[in-house]
Design a protein around this ligand. Structure first.
Ligand code: 13P
Length: 281
């Protein structure tokens, strides 16, 4: 049984100075592909789904699937509820067995964010699950429905936030954004260094799609212990499927199924190698 608490994975990453990839999944094929990549590279992994994606993948169906896949994996897998917006859905995820939840109060005032995070943390504690929160605003939006302007995390606010919430993981905004970047992102590693200096929590980088290998490595060197990747996996899966349409006239459904697994597998594998978590399981 390899379903683990996210806190433990991030603690090990801190000791070993690497980052753990947190990969978004939307169906069984992506779960299979992601875990296959982690098993092959002997890497710990986090699989996640965000609250805004539940209209495509209902939590009561995808949740148990993610948990069962984690339990059967030969590497440690944390199952994470990404960008939780409501305490109700967070509770539902915890009931299903998610070992980690995020409450996203980043658009609220600092005090309101602290207050909401503490409520979510209390819930997570009841289920022995980890809690992630966000401070500053990561640009774009999780499902591309909004173009939210990025606001850098203020290191002093991050310090106060952490002192008053003691979360297990803290997501920061340092020039990163969700979705495909219109221009190459410029991460502000100086801000990251300042935050790291003031906050002893494992830090999280959202918006992993489109970030350069050098920037990923600089993040890992400066305290980022969890890196979220979603769009790159969805794109990799879509590309594999469209590749099939190019060469087969009458598609076999199971070719598509296999292409989805392969698309997720290849993208997850590529990122695990960059994040340095290979052979850390
Ligand atoms: P991307 O879609 O940019 O990879 O961001 C993923 C993410 O941060 C999920 O929380």
């Amino acid at each position: 049984m390899a379903l683990v608490n996210m806190k433990k994975l991030l603690y090990d990453a801190e000791i070993g100075n690497y980052s753990v990839g947190s990969f978004s999944v939307a169906n069984m094929e992506m779960v299979i592909g992601a875990i296959k990549a982690a098993e092959e590279l002997k890497s710990p992994i986090i699989i996640q789904i965000a609250e805004v994606r539940l209209n495509h993948s209902p939590l009561h169906l995808i949740g148990p699937l993610m948990i069962e896949a984690a339990k059967k994996a030969t590497v440690p897998v944390a199952v994470h509820f990404d960008h939780g917006l409501t305490l109700e859905k967070i509770k539902e995820a915890l009931e299903i067995g998610f070992t980690s939840v995020m409450i996203d109060g980043s658009k609220l005032s600092l005090d309101e964010n602290i207050n909401l995070t503490n409520k979510a943390k209390e819930l997570a504690n009841m289920y022995n699950a980890s809690i992630e929160a966000e401070i500053g605003i990561v640009g774009g939006s999780e499902d591309g429905s909004e173009n939210i302007k990025m606001i850098y995390t203020d290191p002093l606010e991050a310090k106060k936030f952490f002192e008053e919430t003691n979360v297990d993981a803290l997501a920061v905004a340092i020039g990163n954004a969700h979705g495909v970047y219109k221009y190459s992102p410029k991460l502000n590693i100086d801000i990251l260094k300042e935050i790291r200096d003031k906050v002893k929590a494992p830090l999280v980088l959202h918006g992993g799609t489109g970030i350069t290998e050098d920037d990923f490595r600089a993040c890992t060197q400066n305290g980022i212990r969890k890196i979220n990747v979603a769009t790159a996996t969805f794109n990799s899966v879509a590309k594999k499927i469209s590749g099939i349409y190019k060469y087969v006239e009458n598609n076999e459904y199971f070719d598509i199924h296999q292409a989805e697994i392969q698309g997720a597998y290849e993208n997850v594998k590529k990122h695990i190698k960059i994040f340095g978590s290979k052979n850390k399981a």
